[in-house]
Write a protein that binds this ligand. Sequence first.
Ligand SMILES: NC(=O)c1ccc[n+]([C@@H]2O[C@H](COP(=O)([O-])OP(=O)(O)OC[C@H]3O[C@@H](n4cnc5c(N)ncnc54)[C@H](OP(=O)(O)O)[C@@H]3O)[C@@H](O)[C@H]2O)c1
Length: 235
Amino acid sequence: MQKKTVLVTGSTSGIGLAVAREMAREGFRTILTGRRKALLRETVENFLRLGHEVRGIPADLAEPGEAERLFAETLDWTGGRLDVLVNNAGTWQQSPVEEITREDFRSLMSLNLEAPFILSGLAMRTMKRQRSGTIVNISSVAGLEAWAQTSLYSASKFGLRALTQSLLAEGSRFGIKAFAVCPGYVATPMTAGARVSPEDMIQPEDVARLVMAHLALSPATVLKDIVISRLGAED
Ligand SMILES: NC(=O)c1ccc[n+]([C@@H]2O[C@H](COP(=O)([O-])OP(=O)(O)OC[C@H]3O[C@@H](n4cnc5c(N)ncnc54)[C@H](OP(=O)(O)O)[C@@H]3O)[C@@H](O)[C@H]2O)c1
């Protein structure tokens, strides 16, 4: 049987790296990607040392045309197949609404929402042809609720959940699943310096385990939003 393939965006760090590690361990042929080429190379080497089948494709997903190139190079390597897409790469921004410029809006949305839209559209074509596949969108608790100064980030993460719901509605009759993961604070470089200490945060490996658990469900079962909270947290 052909090995399954997965593309995880933002897989050189944090949640994406943990998900990619778990999937490679499960035997997936794994495509890793991020902007920093040296870090990507080092990550690929670490995976290869563990005997995983892996390919690194650098891409800046905030730039026009990069999602399309990444997807095309992914299919070149997999022979046209993609079983799982994990839209994970994202960035965080915090400011009052009146201080958000058009440039801030475009810059955050291009990575957090536009790239997942483009990659999901391309993945849907491939997955419809295969009549199987799963798209995982890493949203956030900020995709369920917005707070002071989180409007832009929350808008992108709410949007990702809207995309997920439509992907599921459009994909289900082709055997395609989509689900969103909505964690609170996760201990990654993104939250370094946050008011919560890393040991009191969700661990990236917890997110990875939940993604894997979902992938192991029977074909007719889907979880719509996986909300992951810190014990005792209100965020
Ligand atoms: N940490 C949390 O508390 C938390 C909670 C809920 C949701 N999330 C979401 O989870 C996702 C991952 O977050 P994380 O905390 O794991 O972040 P992280 O540790 O900072 O990792 C981000 C990853 O994305 C890549 N990346 C960043 N900008 C990129 C770009 N323009 N093009 C391509 N790749 C890019 C980074 O590599 P390069 O820098 O080399 O490009 C890195 O591999 C994000 O969508 C975030 O919003 C995080």
